[in-house]
Design a protein around this ligand. Sequence first.
Ligand code: ACM
Length: 534
Amino acid sequence: MLRFVMVFGVVLALGLSSRASGGDINVIPQPVAVERADGAFRVTPSTRIVAQGAAAVEAKKLAAALAPAMGFVLEPTASSKPGERAIEMRLDDSLSTLGAEGYELRVTPERIAIVAAQPAGLFYGIQTLRQLLPAAVLRPTRVDDVAWDVPCVKITDHPRFGWRGLLIDPARHFIAKDDVLRFLDVMALHKFNRLQIHLTDNEGWRIEIKKYPQLTELGSQMDWNLRHRDGTGPRCFGFYTQDDIRQIVQYAADRHITIVPEIEMPFHAGAEIVAYPELGIAPDRLASLEPQKRWRETSGLVAPRPQTVIFFQDVLTEVMELFPSRHIHIGGDEANIELWTNDPEMQAQMKRLQLKDAHGLHSWFIAHMDAFLSSHGRRLVGWDEILQGGLAPGATVMSWRGEQGGIAAANAGHDVVMAPTSHTYFDYYQGPAASEPLAIGGNLPLAQVYSYDPVPEAIAPDRVRHVLGVQGQLWGEFIATPAHRYYMAYPRAAALAEIGWSAKETKDYEQFVSRLRHHLERLRVLGVTFRPLD
Ligand code: ACM
């Protein structure tokens, strides 16, 4: 796509083919408005970074981002002298029209100005600036023979959605803390702002909970993937201590990313049944089994008796202490609730509570979690199965089995995050299975991700505001190493970043791919494994 604008009295064609001294503009996600001018600003050791107050906090991040490749540190200062070439970063309320994450970036040969209403906007301005510089700026070690030129431009930018997320799954294959931090670095470059961490599942419990130490003592040590491998496969077990979690949360916050913890219930709960068999159906029989044998006996479904509600609320209490996220994910998907239908104790409980069926019991359980989280000022998020049997009043729905759940929930006045398998499951193949690493199934090529619009037409116009945004899923059953995780994520996550951020009107797949060719060079420099374009 080409857009024509008047800049300094000259008509310029914007987009991929635009060229002026200082290089092309190939930013991902595509900014809302780009006005190009001739010339460039050259960053040198004598360039000043000028910022005050909260802006100085972001300015330090810019200095830190530039230093490794440039080989010099541009210490931020509070002011510059007239005539000094400077990168100015400033908070300005008048830009609040661009929202909490919007920013303006102006580059002239003498000055770069990043201005925003909020620190997050300055941070996103920095991410754009990193992409305006030569790709070598992302190299972690010093590069000597590059002119650090930024093309002259005026960019006005803000995101389309407030939830631009990815999901990682250390429950299936544990992800070392440092690999999570690095993953966050790459997300930040793409202006993602949510990372959902799937902390618990049948295969493992990955977060230290002080009140229930066996969750990690027993529940984090299951070497489940030996079932699939010859015993030489990568380690799948481990857990995050509460100190690890605090470090991850802070590292993410420094990059304006909120970590959304997911504690699965009432299904995908095999690890806690291994640790505490009293949570399961027919607990006496479970307790008599060896711990590792317990979850398959129950398929990982807990019995939602009142003590089970208390157990999960205790867990959520510690989770809320660690994660400032307003949204706390409780899973809620795929529960094989016929096991409750067939269990005498659960039948009696349904009768006592005057619940029609097992769907009613599922809703009863989720509603307790919703009320508990709401009473602490948080919001429950769950997969779209939480709609069955009646949606809890405060719940946000993550729509994964297609869009229907999201449509129904939004039209009923609930917030939704769109995460359909058809467009956002990055554990699916991204090309012919014969030439790809073993994956869970499906087929989700890059173009299909890019084609997604998170606002289905079936959502009433006055309910569209309930679509918080979009999220890509990297389920971990088949992903055991960082290189494989990046390969599955990129470049599909780059397409998702653009869906979440860029204006719908500027969406153009060919133009995206053309920018992506430059962007892949950035990923290469960063050492991020990605799937090559076809
Ligand atoms: C899911 O993929 N079961 C949410």
